[in-house]
Write a protein that binds this ligand. Structure first.
Ligand code: AMP
Length: 279
């Protein structure tokens, strides 16, 4: 497995591949867990060549403590990628991605305006900028993103379509721990008790989804989510929003395919999750 660290090296590698080869790409921030592994396996099964990037992107963190505390485990990540049969890992430094004086940013579209976009100002601009740079460097045919970060997937789909990237964006189902908590690198920062307790997020999402069978009013479904979650003494809701699954605009009544998206705090650890609301 190749480990490359600059855009020039990646361009050279990319142009050495046979033109008929389908190239799949999985962008990550490392600290790989089973959720990432499913992305890798999906990519490996659908493409001739699989590239993975590992880069903790400073411009998408609106909170510098969150950035400073982000887990790094390059050695483990590289052996995991080797084990799965990944062809190339792109591992740039911060200075390679953001050269001195860097100030060209990609402004995200309307899907970025709510939820994470409001709660974390500048977050999606950091995401679209780094993903555009990674797409331009790796030039994949397909790129894989998790539905766990549903809004991120939507923002990337919108950017890819509106900026005419000819890259197929593949959304991969959320991978959960056995008790239901969505896998996340941030779960490592929960105490054992909090990690066990955090299964309540998914339980509450499922209870809200169940209510949809008899009640389509967003306010009632959100009330069900919040009353289920209040069984936990740790969890505090930052937002819980029901939005149209395509446009991500908030809806009062669930009539089209929708998503219930939530951000929940456990002390200083912020977790996000979501569930589909289909009639
Ligand atoms: P991250 O390293 O957190 O930036 O995540 C890299 C990619 O993995 C993103 O597309 C995430 O949506 C995806 N991902 C993270 N956690 C999960 C999960 N539990 N299930 C599916 N995909 C995930």
């Amino acid at each position: 497995m190749l480990i490359l660290t600059t855009p020039e090296q990646v361009h050279n590698w990319r142009s050495s591949l046979p033109s008929a080869h389908r190239v799949g790409f999985v962008p990550t921030m490392g600290a790989l867990h089973r959720g990432h592994e499913v992305l890798l396996q999906t990519c490996l099964s659908q493409n001739d060549t699989t590239a993975v990037s590992i880069f903790v992107n400073p411009t998408q963190f609106n909170d510098s403590t969150d950035y400073d505390n982000y887990p790094i485990s390059h050695e483990r990540d590289i052996s995991l990628a080797t084990h799965h049969g990944v062809d190339m890992v792109y591992l740039p430094t911060k200075d390679v991605i953001y050269q001195a004086g860097f100030n060209s940013f990609v402004s995200p579209g309307s899907t970025a305006y709510s939820m994470e976009g409001t709660a974390r100002p500048g977050h999606f601009e950091g995401v679209t900028t780094v993903v555009a740079k990674l797409f331009n460097t790796v030039q994949p045919h397909r790129a894989y993103f998790g539905k766990k970060d549903f809004q991120q997937l939507s923002v990337i789909r919108q950017m890819t379509q509106e900026l005419n990237y000819s890259i197929e964006i593949v959304g991969v189902e959320t991978v959960r721990e056995d008790h239901g908590l969505a896998m996340s690198s941030r779960n490592e920062r929960l105490t054992a008790d909090q990690r066990q307790d955090a299964k309540i997020i998914y339980e509450s999402l499922c209870a809200a989804q169940d209510l949809l069978r008899t009640n389509q009013q967003s306010s009632e479904i959100l009330q069900e989510f919040s009353s289920q979650l209040s069984r936990s003494s740790f969890a505090k809701i930052e937002y819980a929003t029901i939005c149209d699954a395509k446009t991500l605009t908030e809806v009062q009544v669930v009539e089209t395919p929708c998503m219930l998206c939530v951000a929940v705090w456990y002390d200083s650890v912020r977790l996000i999750d979501n569930i589909e609301l289909n009639l």
